[in-house]
Design a protein around this ligand. Structure first.
Ligand SMILES: Cc1cc2nc3c(=O)[nH]c(=O)nc-3n(C[C@H](O)[C@H](O)[C@H](O)COP(=O)(O)O)c2cc1C
Length: 206
């Protein structure tokens, strides 16, 4: 288990990066992500969970400071998170739905990936380190209501983000009608579904 400021670089193992985007500690998406990471954890993988509410990540200022270099000029936790995002083999993003979108913590992190967008689209360089990896990403979410299309706006955001990161969208695990803290534990299959999806993400677990 890595401490959260330690980068994943050194290990030859498959790097699985989990990102917890809820401001609510031990809430529903935290529980789902924990299960997924447990499912993805085996001898061939190195797992790391980044908890956005514990980090300092300012919103993008659109200062264009990254436009020539692909490096963000703001000095906060996003500097090392960029490295993790570029080096991960697979990424699991967990965020509940807030006003039909991802949480502010999650969106700030996503917007700060504008520097990686510059690397890909302006500098025409690979985002993935090393380049050409078959990176896959999964979106995990819950929302309190049962609204039709509850997850669609967030899904569009997450897919655009994955595309910038050169990560193939490999699926979603979403549960509507889950509102109270811990309510996901009353769902008949959710936690097991999360564990299984984590297992399916990595080889040797099928
Ligand atoms: C600021 C805020 C906005 C929310 N907006 C929505 C929403 O638009 N749609 C919805 O279904 N639930 C909404 N919810 C409910 C949360 O998605 C729900 O409580 C969820 O279980 C929280 O997940 P967590 O325990 O992982 O934080 C909102 C909750 C908060 C605090």
């Amino acid at each position: 288990m890595l401490s959260y400021r330690e980068n994943m670089s050194q290990s030859p193992k498959l790097k699985i990066l989990g990102i917890a985007g809820s401001p609510r500690k031990d809430g529903n998406t935290d529980l789902l992500l924990r299960q997924m990471m447990a499912g993805a954890s085996n001898k061939q993988t190195q797992t790391k969970t980044v908890i956005l509410r514990e980090l300092s990540i300012a919103p993008c200022r659109h200062c264009d400071g990254c436009l020539k270099t692909g490096k963000c000029v703001q000095q906060d936790d996003m500097q090392w998170l960029h490295t993790d995002l570029r080096e991960a083999d697979h990424i699991i993003l967990a965020s509940p739905i807030f006003f039909m979108g991802v949480t502010a913590q999650t969106k700030a992190m996503i917007d700060r990936c504008q520097a990686l967008w510059v690397i890909k689209h302006v500098l025409k360089l690979p985002v993935s380190v090393p380049p050409g990896k078959n990176r896959r990403g999964i979106f995990v979410s819950v929302g309190g209501t049962n609204l039709k299309n509850l997850f669609e706006p967030s899904m569009a955001t997450v897919k655009a983000w994955f595309s910038t990161l050169e990560v193939d969208f490999a699926g979603e695990l979403t549960f509507p009608g889950v509102d109270e803290k811990g309510a996901i534990t009353h769902h008949p299959t959710a936690l097991q579904d999360a564990f299984t999806l984590g297992q399916e993400l990595v080889p040797g677990n099928e």
